[in-house]
Design a protein around this ligand. Structure first.
Ligand SMILES: Nc1ncnc2c1ncn2[C@@H]1O[C@H](COP(=O)(O)OP(=O)(O)OP(=O)(O)O)[C@@H](O)[C@H]1O
Length: 353
């Protein structure tokens, strides 16, 4: 079992309030991702769960038992850090078995648990090496192995992949998902990388300024964000936000607003309409909403276009499939908006529909 409950949690460092009222239920066996911009408190919440920080207010329950005062080693949690924090003079096997040794587990049992974890992580052949003889990805596996041998109820990962290069990160992402499927243990995973969040999480909690803005399944958050912050944080390029045209707005701005009209977006309290880049399409110049191409990023399978609509403060982004490599900066184009995907936001940033 590894269900976790946080109730009314606050954390202050001196006068600075870092966690500002969090209630959260983590289900047994789920892969929950904490995502948010730098400094929003996600690592602090993870450290509170691990027992590395004290609560200023609020309670933590692990499998229904209040755990605020339980020693970190006795909570059934195991944390994996971004810096692998391996002991340089110990072999991989010794590093992985160290916590068990400290806990007084007999040698034979220790060795068996280390062997088993090494098999799961596919690093059996590395057990005799020291950390300096390992690549970054292998070191990260050892750090994870050290957590596995303790058979925790909950794994806590604090940006574990951010020291790895892009290709290795993708590999380790898949490995961690496999590990989760194999062990079935609750995992809480902190990242500021929205791609990691979207691909790995059973659910995602989007943090902002010490609070959770929204909690839900990745695609729910992507398609039905509670507010502009969540809409803007998930998705690359960033969601397009079109403000309601004020008096004296350009004809192109008005045409764009009209192109986004649906029964929801037509409501008078709607102040901004959000449209993701994949729902903005190109037309020949002279058709649709007039725009100018500012810059094109041709990625091979997709092209991301940065477009200026006269009178809008921010450029729009459109994401197109292959076959647009000929488009160069400066050309006039037309735009078609897929209004069925338009999201309507009120003055306070909350989504209306
Ligand atoms: N021990 C501490 N003393 C004082 N302030 C702290 C302490 N630990 C964290 N903070 C502050 O709390 C805020 C939240 O930090 P935290 O590390 O939880 O953010 P984060 O969301 O994990 O960000 P990042 O992705 O940059 O790690 C930051 O402003 C940080 O400076």
């Amino acid at each position: 079992m590894g269900a976790l409950s946080l109730r009314g949690v606050h954390k202050r460092f001196g006068a600075v309030s870092v966690i500002r009222g969090i209630d959260l239920e983590v289900n047994d066996g789920e892969f929950l991702v904490f995502v948010g911009p730098s400094g929003c408190g996600k690592s602090t919440l993870l450290r509170l769960i691990a027992g590395l920080e004290d609560f200023s207010e609020g309670d933590l329950f692990i499998d229904g038992q209040r755990a605020n005062e339980v020693r970190p080693a006795d909570r059934g949690t195991a944390m994996v850090f971004q810096s692998y924090a391996l002991y340089p003079h110990m072999t991989v096997a010794e590093n992985m078995g160290f916590a068990l040794k400290m806990a007084g587990v007999p040698r034979a049992q220790r060795e068996q648990q280390v062997q088993r974890a090494a098999e799961v992580l596919r690093i059996s052949e590395l057990l005799g090496r020291t950390p300096k003889e390992l690549s970054g990805g292998q070191r990260q596996r050892v750090a994870i192995g050290r957590a596995i041998v303790r058979k925790p109820k909950v794994f806590l990962f604090d940006e574990p992949l951010s020291n790895l290069d892009a290709a290795l990160r993708v590999n380790m992402r898949i490995e961690l998902m496999r590990l989760h499927a194999e062990l079935g243990t609750t995992m809480i995973y902190v990242t500021h990388d929205q791609v990691e969040a979207m691909t790995m999480g059973t659910r995602i909690a989007v943090f902002n300024g010490g609070r959770i803005e929204q909690l839900g399944a990745p695609l729910t958050l992507y398609e039905q964000p509670a507010n502009e912050f969540v809409a803007g944080f998930l998705g690359a390029p960033r969601i397009n936000l079109v403000p309601r045209p004020a008096e004296g707005a350009s004809a192109a701005h008005r045409a764009l607003w009209d192109a986004l009209a649906t029964p929801t977006t037509a409501q008078p309290e709607v102040q901004r309409i959000g449209l993701r880049a994949e729902h903005l399409h190109l037309l020949p110049a002279g058709q649709g909403v007039p725009a100018r191409l500012l810059m094109a990023e041709h990625l091979g399978d997709t092209s991301v276009l940065h477009l200026q609509v006269e009178g809008l403060a921010e450029p729009l982004h459109a994401k197109l499939g292959a076959g647009h490599g000929h488009l160069a900066a400066g050309v006039p184009v037309g735009l078609r908006a897929d209004a069925a995907w338009a999201l309507a936001f009120g003055a306070d940033g909350r989504r209306i529909g």
